[in-house]
Unconditional design. Structure first.
Length: 201
C-alpha cells in the first residue's frame, strides 16, 4: 500500500485503540473502472464501466483500495471513477447534470501519488463545501494523465473557486498551475470531456 503517512497513522492508531471498531465516513462511496482499446469506439459509456466495490468506513476503504492496481500500472485509456453511492459517474445523472468538473493535466508518472491524495481528501470531507462534491475521475491517457473533480453546481462561482483552491492545496500544486473547468452541459453539447474548457490560473 502506498498510503499518505498521516492517514496511515490515523487509521492504525484507531485500529489499535479500538480493535475491531470501524471509523464511518460521511458518505458511502463507489469505485468504478473503465478500459477501452484505442481503436474501440464506445457507444454507451455507462455500460462500459464496471462497478468495483463500495465502502463506507476508513477500514473498508483501505480493504478495497489496497487491492486496486496502481494508476501507473493501468493500460492506456483507462479510467478510475470514485463517486458517491447513488450517483452514476456520467454527465446525465440528475445529481451531475447541472454541475461540472475541475481538470488537472498531469505529466506521466505522477498519477498514482496525486490520485491517492485526491481520493483521501474527498472521502475525508476536506473540501468543506457541504454535499457539493459528486466524485472524481482519473483518466490514463497516452501523452498525459488527467484528474478531475466533479461538483453539483457549475454556476456557483464562489464554491467552484473554493474547490479549485482545495485541489491545489491537496495536491501541493503551485499557485500559478493552470487548471480547467467545464460544465457538464457544455460536455453534453460538444460530446467531449476535455476539449473547449475554461482555463484558470
Amino acid at each position: 500500500m502506498w498510503a499518505n503517512n498521516n492517514h496511515l497513522e490515523l487509521t492504525s492508531q484507531g485500529q489499535k485503540a479500538s480493535g475491531t471498531q470501524t471509523h464511518p465516513l460521511h458518505y458511502t462511496w463507489v469505485f468504478w473502472f473503465m478500459h477501452r482499446n484505442p481503436r474501440e469506439k464506445i457507444t454507451n459509456y455507462e455500460e462500459s464501466m464496471k462497478r468495483i466495490a463500495s465502502f463506507s468506513s476508513i477500514e473498508d476503504f483501505w480493504a478495497v483500495y489496497s487491492h486496486l492496481r496502481r494508476p501507473s500500472d493501468l493500460p492506456n485509456i483507462s479510467d478510475y471513477h470514485l463517486f458517491k453511492h447513488g450517483v452514476r459517474p456520467v454527465w446525465e445523472d440528475e445529481v451531475n447534470v447541472n454541475g461540472g468538473k475541475w481538470i488537472v493535466r498531469l505529466k506521466k508518472g505522477l498519477a498514482s501519488r496525486y490520485w491517492e491524495s485526491l481520493v483521501l481528501a474527498i472521502i475525508g470531507d476536506q473540501f468543506d463545501v457541504n454535499d457539493e462534491i459528486c466524485g472524481a475521475v482519473l483518466s490514463i491517457r497516452g501523452s498525459n494523465d488527467i484528474v478531475s473533480v466533479w461538483n453539483k453546481t457549475s454556476s456557483n462561482g464562489r464554491i467552484n473557486l473554493k474547490i479549485r483552491d482545495t485541489i491545489k492545496k491537496t495536491l501541493g500544486l503551485p499557485q500559478d498551475t493552470i487548471m480547467e473547468y467545464k460544465s457538464h452541459n457544455d460536455a453534453l453539447r460538444d460530446n467531449s470531456s476535455f476539449h473547449n474548457t475554461d482555463v484558470f490560473r
